[in-house]
Design a protein around this ligand. Structure first.
Ligand code: COI
Length: 361
């Protein structure tokens, strides 16, 4: 499909000024990629100026939240070219979310080409300082003007870009605190937990406020029975055993499969790290943190990369420190190995990096 360009004058474009202090997700580049879905097909794919959409007040997304998104990253490598990291996985996962929300698939080729053409015109926005990246945010929403609760018959697909620093303030070197609560749940079996739909994040806001009230940054969610550890919402969870093995809670239909977790498990299959999934019983986890059998913990996510957890706050106010509360050596080595692959300072497995072509626009 022919992707058209509606580019703004070079003189009117912005630029990246302070690379060293980039917030996560606040900055935008000059353009976005947009495509419309109507009468059963995708139409009018275009690179256009970043700006507001026109949406009818009765649009399905505004009432019933039929909206999904992805989060991926691109990096400037030492050869001065831009590479997207594991983008195939994010493109695939968007369509898995689309299935769960009864939305049409975005064709993989169109998604990839639109993204690469967008990044190509926005090259100068890609930051190069440590822990920064060009964050990629594809999303799709239902636009049909109808108040009946049903799947929309029209959609907008869009990709925006955000030159970003680390998700958690301070980045890798600042361990986060997690609240373990039985009060809120992110998802249940048979729900939308394995999709990246907006509603999963809207419903996490109340839990995040509750976590802040308890002095924690985020909630570590349990399953609906309150017996097993699930995930954090903005990232999957991991803990590290004394022998250096990373344990990720077994994926189920209420946990979003983080591309970072999948990648760590792939590295484990190649013998580059020790990692596996397991059902993690909360009681067992807490007693092993107390006894020192669990020596490190943290989260895996695209935005979060590897984010160490220093301690857990329990609802009775008790603070349970993991190891010495600092960043452990296993989390540090995994973070370094993984981020070097992302920025092109050490070889990544075949197919993990996709170079953005020069289209001459
Ligand atoms: C990501 O890891 O990219 C996410 O989408 C998580 C969060 C920022 C919503």
């Amino acid at each position: 499909m022919n992707i058209t360009y509606e580019l703004i004058d070079s003189a009117k474009r912005g630029s990246l000024t302070n690379e060293n202090d980039l917030p996560f997700g606040a900055l935008r580049t000059d353009h976005m990629f947009v495509a419309d879905y109507e009468n059963g097909e995708w139409k009018n794919p275009r690179i256009t100026a970043y700006g507001p959409f026109s949406v009818m007040p009765g649009a399905v997304v505004l009432h019933y939240g039929q909206a999904i998104f992805e989060g991926a990253k691109a990096y400037l490598h030492p050869d001065n070219e831009i590479y997207m990291f594991r983008i195939d996985e994010n493109i695939k996962r968007l369509n898995q979310s689309a299935d769960i929300l009864c939305m049409p698939h975005m064709p993989v080729d169109l998604h990839l080409e639109g993204l690469m053409r967008l990044i190509d015109v926005e090259r100068k926005w890609c930051p190069s300082v440590p822990e920064s990246s060009l964050y990629i945010r594809p999303f799709m929403f239902g636009t049909q003007d109808t108040l009946g609760v049903k799947s929309s018959n029209s959609y907008t697909f869009c990709i925006i870009l955000s030159p970003s620093g680390p998700y958690y303030p301070g980045g890798f070197s600042h361990p986060v605190k997690l609240l373990i609560t039985r009060k809120f749940h992110r998802a249940v079996s048979g729900g939308t937990g394995t999709s990246k739909c907006g509603g999963n994040y809207a419903s996490s806001l109340r839990a995040a406020e509750y976590a802040h009230e308890h002095g924690a940054g985020q909630v570590l969610y349990l399953d609906a029975s309150n017996e097993f550890i699930e995930e954090v919402g903005t990232m999957n969870h991991y803990h590290v055993l004394k022998d250096g093995t990373f344990i990720i809670p077994e994926f189920n239909d209420s946990i979003l499969r983080s591309v970072t977790s999948i990648s760590v498990l792939e590295l484990a299959r190649k013998g580059m790290v020790k990692a596996r999934t397991e059902h993690v019983r909360l009681d067992d986890f807490l007693s092993k943190v107390k006894s020192g059998e669990i020596i490190e913990a943290g989260g895996f996510g695209t935005a979060a990369v590897v984010s160490p957890v220093g301690s857990y706050i329990l609802e009775n106010g008790e603070e349970l420190v993991v190891g010495d509360g600092q960043i452990g050596q296993h989390s540090r080595s995994l973070y370094e190995m993984y981020s070097k692959m992302q920025i092109g300072k050490s070889p990544a497995p075949e197919g993990w990096l996709t170079k953005v072509p020069h289209y001459g626009k």
